[in-house]
Design a protein around this ligand. Structure first.
Ligand code: A3P
Length: 285
C-alpha cells in the first residue's frame, strides 16, 4: 500500500501523483478554449492524447511526432503538468481521471469542453490487470480473480468505476460535455472523429479525418515511440510483462472471465447502477 497515497478518498500512485500536483490541479486556471478528455483508467486515455491535438490543429502531425503523450496532452492531476503547462499553446488539451467532484473551481466557471470516454468495465478490468503487471509503480495485481474483487470493491486507482461514471453523468455541464465510447471508436474511428470534430467546432475535411484515423489507429500508435511509452525507464514499465498498447479491441473479457466471474461482475455493477436515469451502452451479461 506504500506505493499509493489517499486523496479525498481516492487511491493514487505516488510515482505520478503528489499533494503538490493535486494542489496544482486545483489551482489551474482553465481557459474557455481548453478541452479535457475524462476517462476512468484504461478506457482510452492515451488514444485521446493522440486524437485531440490532431483534431484541434487540423491534422498537423508535429505534436505526435515530437512530443511524448504525457507532455503533449498532460494529465491534470499528475506531476508533469507543472513542468509543461507554460509551454502549452491554446487551445490546450488535457486528460484527467478525476471524478466530477474533484474538478477545480476554475473549470466550472470556464467554458472548457469535456469529452467523456466510457469503456465496457469488463474490458477495463482485463486491461487494468495487465497494466498492473507491467507498471512497476503499481501493486502486483495477484490473480485475475483477486484483482476483479478489488476492482468491484473500488480498492483500485481512482476508486469504483460506477462512482466515476455516475459522477460524470450527473453534471450540469449541458452542451459542454460529450459522451463517447471506446467501443464506438474501435468500431468506426472516422465516424468517432467526425463527432469529436463537430463537438469541438473543428470543421475538418473528409481527407483530414481519414488521415487522423490512420495515425490514431492501434497499429500506428503501437509503432509511435511518442505514444507507446517506449521512452520510459524500464524501472517504471516492464514491457516483458505486457506492452502498454496491448490488444486494442472490444470484448477481450471473453478470454478471461469464467461464468462465475461474469455472474458476480454483472450482479455487482447492475446493483450499483439500479435506479440511475442513464443506461449503459453495452449489455453486462
Ligand atoms: P487494452 O489493454 O485492452 O489493449 P488508457 O490509455 O486509458 O490507459 O487505456 C489503455 C487501453 O486503450 C489499452 O487497452 C490500449 O491498448 C487501448 N488503446 C490505446 N490506443 C488505442 C487505439 N488506437 N485503438 C484501440 N485501443 C487503443
Amino acid at each position: 500500500e506504500d506505493m499509493y497515497m489517499l486523496y479525498r478518498g481516492l487511491m493514487l500512485p505516488k510515482e505520478t501523483h503528489s499533494l503538490e500536483s493535486l494542489q496544482f490541479a486545483q489551482e489551474l486556471a482553465f481557459k474557455d478554449e481548453d478541452v479535457v478528455s475524462v476517462t476512468y483508467p484504461k478506457s482510452g486515455t492515451v488514444w485521446m492524447q493522440e486524437i485531440l491535438p490532431l483534431v484541434l490543429n487540423g491534422g498537423d502531425l508535429t505534436p505526435i511526432q515530437t512530443t511524448p503523450n504525457w507532455d503533449r496532452v498532460p494529465w491534470l492531476e499528475e506531476k508533469r503538468l507543472a513542468v509543461v503547462v507554460d509551454q502549452m499553446t491554446s487551445p490546450r488539451a488535457l486528460v484527467t481521471h478525476f471524478p466530477y467532484n474533484l474538478m477545480p473551481p476554475s473549470f466550472h466557471t470556464s467554458k472548457a469542453k469535456v469529452i467523456y470516454v466510457m469503456r465496457n468495465p469488463k474490458d477495463i478490468v482485463v486491461s487494468s490487470y495487465y497494466f498492473h503487471q507491467m507498471a512497476v509503480f503499481l501493486e502486483d495485481p495477484g490473480t485475475f480473480d483477486e484483482f476483479m474483487g478489488k476492482f468491484l470493491e473500488g480498492r483500485v486507482l481512482f476508486g469504483k468505476w460506477t462512482d466515476h461514471v455516475k459522477s460524470w453523468k450527473h453534471t450540469e455541464l449541458g452542451d459542454r460535455i460529450m459522451y463517447i465510447t471506446y467501443e464506438e471508436m474501435v468500431q468506426d474511428l472516422p465516424a468517432a472523429l467526425r463527432r469529436i470534430s463537430d463537438f469541438l467546432g473543428s470543421n475538418l475535411s473528409e481527407e483530414t479525418i481519414q488521415k487522423i484515423a490512420e495515425h490514431c489507429s492501434f497499429n500506428t500508435m503501437k509503432e509511435n515511440g511518442m505514444s507507446n511509452f517506449s521512452l520510459v525507464n524500464k524501472l517504471y514499465m516492464d514491457f516483458d510483462k505486457s506492452p502498454f498498447l496491448r490488444k486494442g479491441v472490444a470484448g477481450d473479457w471473453k478470454n478471461h472471465f469464467s461464468s462465475e466471474q461474469l455472474a458476480r461482475f454483472t450482479s455487482v455493477i447492475s446493483k450499483e447502477l439500479e435506479g440511475e436515469r442513464f443506461s449503459l451502452p453495452w449489455s453486462l451479461d
